[in-house]
Ligand binder design. Structure first.
Ligand SMILES: Cc1ncc(COP(=O)(O)O)c(C=O)c1O
Length: 283
């Protein structure tokens, strides 16, 4: 999506066409950098401090220098002038491997305009196995489960595979069809008044909107169950949806070509979407 603004630590606002990284930056050569994406609502980034904390946690997991979160916060505040609604990406790279300094920057982009039609129709998703036992994802730190690093080529390849199969998005399955998450989302489904989602023990990303859903659900009449669930449990749900910062709550109405529930967007996703918008504007 078109870039609205670019701000770089130590430089401030720069022309989005300006180079920011060297060709020998580790982010580029090895995909070794941390990033975050959040959304700006009415000039305010949603839960920026939680995103900054996760950026620091991802940086630690891939052994990057510690980011100066205060400097990132100031950079975002300075760059926000005049921006109302946007998606905001923060990136922290170690810089060149041999010498040189880390680089941090914030990019503000327009929010894609295809979200609302998709929310009204509901997504078609396909399940894609990755063959790894879920226990390993959480216990083997080198697999980097739950880390937001710029090594997202596998995630993008999964999205591309979903599109090739005529679907909108993918859901990763660990060995034995254990449900994990989407390439850029967490997954949820509802049976009665219970919302189910994979637990963090499966090595998924601790999504900020996942956290929001856990907080907001009880007031909307839903209880949340986190656990280790299989594809067949998702397939048998009454409704399903994904959660993520940019796409928010997005109904998923078809799984591998079969309808989930009645094959239409459901009430929990709609109620949570409204609650998220309210919380974002009240923050
Ligand atoms: C793999 C993965 N899971 C889940 C999410 C959702 O996280 P959040 O709610 O913080 O946007 C993302 C977001 O980019 C992601 O990349």
């Amino acid at each position: 999506m078109p870039t609205l603004a670019l701000a770089v630590l130590g430089r401030g606002l720069v022309d989005p066409a300006e180079p920011v990284l060297r060709a020998d930056d580790e982010a580029l050569l090895r995909g070794r950098a941390a990033f975050e994406t959040t959304r700006v609502y009415a000039g305010k980034p949603f839960r920026l401090d939680e995103h900054l904390a996760r950026l620091a946690a991802s940086a630690a997991r891939i052994e990057l220098p510690e980011p100066d979160l205060g400097a990132f916060r100031d950079l975002v505040a300075a760059a926000l002038a005049g921006i109302e609604d946007a998606s905001l990406r923060l990136v922290w790279t170690p810089g060149p491997s041999e010498e040189g300094d880390p680089v941090g920057f914030a990019i503000f982009s327009e929010v894609p305009d295809d979200h609302e039609p998709l929310r009204a129709r509901g997504m078609s998703v396909v399940s894609l196995p990755i063959g790894v036992p879920y226990e390993l994802r959480a216990k083997a730190p080198w697999i980097l489960g739950g880390v937001k690093s710029t090594s997202y080529a596998v995630n993008m390849a999964a999205t591309a595979e979903a599109k090739r199969r005529g679907a909108d998005d993918a859901i990763f399955l660990a060995a034995d069809e254990v449900v994990l998450e989407g390439p850029t989302t967490n997954i949820w489904w509802r049976c009665g008044q219970t919302l189910f989602t994979p637990s963090l023990d499966t090595g998924i990303l601790a999504g900020i909107i996942r956290g929001f859903v856990i907080e907001a659900a009880p007031a909307l009449g839903y209880e949340v169950a986190e656990g280790v669930y299989t594809r067949s449990e998702l397939a048998a749900a009454e409704e399903a949806f994904t959660s993520s910062s940019v796409r928010e709550l997005m109904p998923a109405v078809l799984l591998d070509g079969a309808p989930i529930g009645d094959g239409r967007p459901g009430p929990a996703a709609a109620a949570l979407e409204q609650a998220l918008r309210r919380a974002a504007l009240e923050a």
